[in-house]
Design a binder for this molecule. Structure first.
Ligand code: PMP
Length: 408
């Protein structure tokens, strides 16, 4: 849609229109958490001011309204990732919980000693530690696809690790630290051919990339609301019906049961079997507005805008004295991770903040990846659809000045 403009989009984000340390805020920490447009905060307020009630069991009007709104988000999430059925959408508090759910409810039931799980060397801790816990519990072993200097993984390396012992493959769609877009469709096809079940960490893909779980044919995919213009505390786990039905419950409590006696309890159907207790109703309800916000802009515009920002970032930043990009994959999203010779990332982060510029510094919850590059961490600037080329220019000028001061 040519009528969309970044200026118009920015108007929907009150948080962007503020001064930080006396300068206009430039928010480049979107890979950690993106900002929320007014349609999302309005949905939250509307819910609490009109419909707030517990869901599913109430017969009164507010309970019905809350239930309907909650289930409407499930349908929106289904549409958003092209899942075959709404029952394949499970609400979680985020990607982390989605991966832990699969590790425990699937992995603990179906993996045994000697089985193997493959992940990549660029995983977020949330796609490492749940599998390590599972390995400790079952005696399974974790294998890691190595990362190339460019920040990519090679399918040949995956082929070498994939054997008839491989029972589960879980990879990140888009790296949060580097922006690398991984060949997940190929990995999934190969894993399936070897008889393994597949999981995709979609945390960074959801805001940048049209996800189609049926085209990917992944068995599980997890993502978080707060990285895609939505509220914190809500995420989605997608799972294929046949697998979800064979899995054990993750947590026990209300909502996930059919019948409870002290002798034996039977479980509810999916997705409720995996949604024990009162969920985060308000944030789930408001999450629908975030999905619609992205759909309203469309991934075509989003992609175009983010690639323009990435391109400008490369042009303006790469020439700065001592600048070293970390992660130079040909296929990457709007993330620039870097180091400056002789200046600690934390110092850069603090000096940029003093100029109103928010970036992330550190290991970005990918310590093994940082170890691989033999660095402690990076400075990461990650862009969203509301960022502008002018902001990139201001950022580049600020960074040049900071570096010059360090050198003098
Ligand atoms: N995976 C990736 C690639 C991420 O970027 C993140 C968030 N930084 C997570 C998983 C974890 O997401 P959450 O903290 O929302 O559970």
């Amino acid at each position: 849609d040519t009528s969309i403009s970044v200026d118009e989009i920015r108007k929907e984000f009150p948080v962007l229109h503020q001064q930080v340390n006396g300068k206009p805020l430039i928010y480049f920490d979107n890979a950690a958490t993106s900002q929320t447009p007014e349609c999302v905060t309005n949905a939250l307020i509307h819910y609490y001011q009109n419909d707030n009630a517990n869901i599913h069991r109430g017969i009164h009007t507010l309970a019905e309204r809350a239930t309907t709104a909650f289930e409407e988000t499930r349908k929106a999430a289904q549409r958003f990732i092209n899942a075959g059925e709404a029952e394949e959408i499970i609400f979680t508090k985020g990607t982390t919980e989605g991966i832990n759910l699969v590790a425990q409810a699937y992995g603990r039931k179906f993996l045994k000693a000697g089985d193997e799980i493959i992940i990549s060397g660029m995983e977020h801790h949330s796609n490492i530690v749940p599998w390590q816990l599972l390995c400790e519990q079952t005696g399974a072993n974790l294998k890691v696809i190595p990362v190339q200097p460019s920040g990519e993984i090679l399918l040949e390396d995956f082929d070498r690790l994939l054997t008839d012992k491989t029972k589960l493959v879980s990879v990140v769609y888009i790296s949060n630290s580097l922006g690398t877009v991984n060949p997940v469709a190929e990995i999934i096809a190969k894993a399936h051919a070897a008889g393994a079940v597949t999981m995709v960490d979609g945390a960074q893909a959801a805001p940048h990339h049209q996800i189609d779980v049926q085209a990917l044919d992944c068995d599980f995919l997890a993502f978080s609301g707060h990285k895609m213009y939505g509220p914190t505390g809500v995420g989605v786990l997608y799972g294929k019906r046949a697998l979800l039905e064979r899995m054990d419950p993750y947590q026990g409590g209300g909502e996930m049961i059919r019948e409870v006696t002290f002798e034996k309890t039977t479980y509810n159907d999916i997705p409720y079997k995996f949604e024990a207790g009162t969920p985060n109703i308000a944030d789930v309800v408001a999450f629908k507005a975030a999905i619609e916000f992205i759909e309203g802009i469309g991934f075509e515009f989003l992609h175009q805008q983010e690639m323009a920002l990435l391109q400008r970032g490369k042009e303006r930043l790469y020439s700065i004295d001592g600048f070293t990009p970390i992660g130079t994959a040909a296929h990457k999203t709007s993330v620039i991770s870097f180091l400056i010779d002789g200046v600690h990332p934390f110092d850069l982060g603090m000096l940029l903040d003093a100029r109103g510029i928010a970036v992330r510094t550190g290991h970005h919850c990918t310590q093994p990846l940082m170890d691989h590059f033999q660095i402690e961490g990076t400075v990461r600037a990650s862009f969203a659809v509301y960022n502008t080329v002018e902001e990139i220019d201001t950022f580049a000028e600020a960074l040049s000045e900071i570096v010059k001061k360090f050198r003098s």
